[in-house]
Design a binder for this molecule. Structure first.
Ligand code: ADP
Ligand code: MG
Length: 157
């Protein structure tokens, strides 16, 4: 596990650029944190780093967007999801169990049982300062242990 503090939206974007340069294809990033914590901003910068040229917006109503970058980038937002059945309907499990490309899931903590065996968790927290965020990376499962170490070494301001 490692944590980075960002002091502005720009710095969170910069952190996402560093993650984007190192992240391996086939990785699932499960993101948690309150509304306005910075999840979507992080995904926007990550996607841009992975070669996505179109605008990235949170897929709040349709639950999933797919972007073409150097690999497919699947962006889920489970904020409005009410039941796990809907995940089945949109093919969530096919996309996340053996992911092609990179999968990012906002509000992953709403449905912890639906998450795959292996993923990188990214937790966003506000601090007492308005523009400051505490961003904590950890792994669930064995698969991403080495990748987390690489990310920790590379993500330095
Ligand atoms: P979420 O997807 O978690 O609901 P967003 O990324 O949509 O959050 O919004 C984050 C908001 O917080 C943006 O308006 C952004 O400008 C603001 N903000 C302020 N400080 C930071 C920071 N350090 N990191 C990320 N966002 C920040
Ligand atoms: Mg969001």
């Amino acid at each position: 596990m490692f944590t980075r503090i960002t002091e502005s939206p720009e710095q969170t974007a910069e952190l996402a650029v560093m993650v984007g340069k190192k992240i391996r294809e086939g990785t699932v990033l499960c993101m948690e944190g309150d509304l306005g914590a910075g999840k979507t901003l992080f995904v926007q910068s990550l996607a841009a780093t992975l070669g996505v040229e179109c605008e990235v917006t949170s897929p709040t109503f349709n639950l999933m967007n797919i972007y073409e970058g150097i690999c497919p980038i699947l962006h889920f937002d489970l904020y409005r999801l009410e039941t796990e059945d809907q995940l089945e309907d949109i093919g969530f499990f096919e996309y996340t169990e053996e992911p092609e490309g990179i999968v990012v899931i906002e509000w992953a903590d709403k449905f912890p049982e639906a998450m795959p065996e292996d993923y990188v968790s990214v937790k966003f927290e506000r601090t007492e300062k308005v523009d400051e965020r505490r961003i904590t990376f950890s792994v669930v499962g064995e698969k991403n242990t080495e990748q987390l170490e690489e990310l920790e070494a590379f993500c330095q301001f």
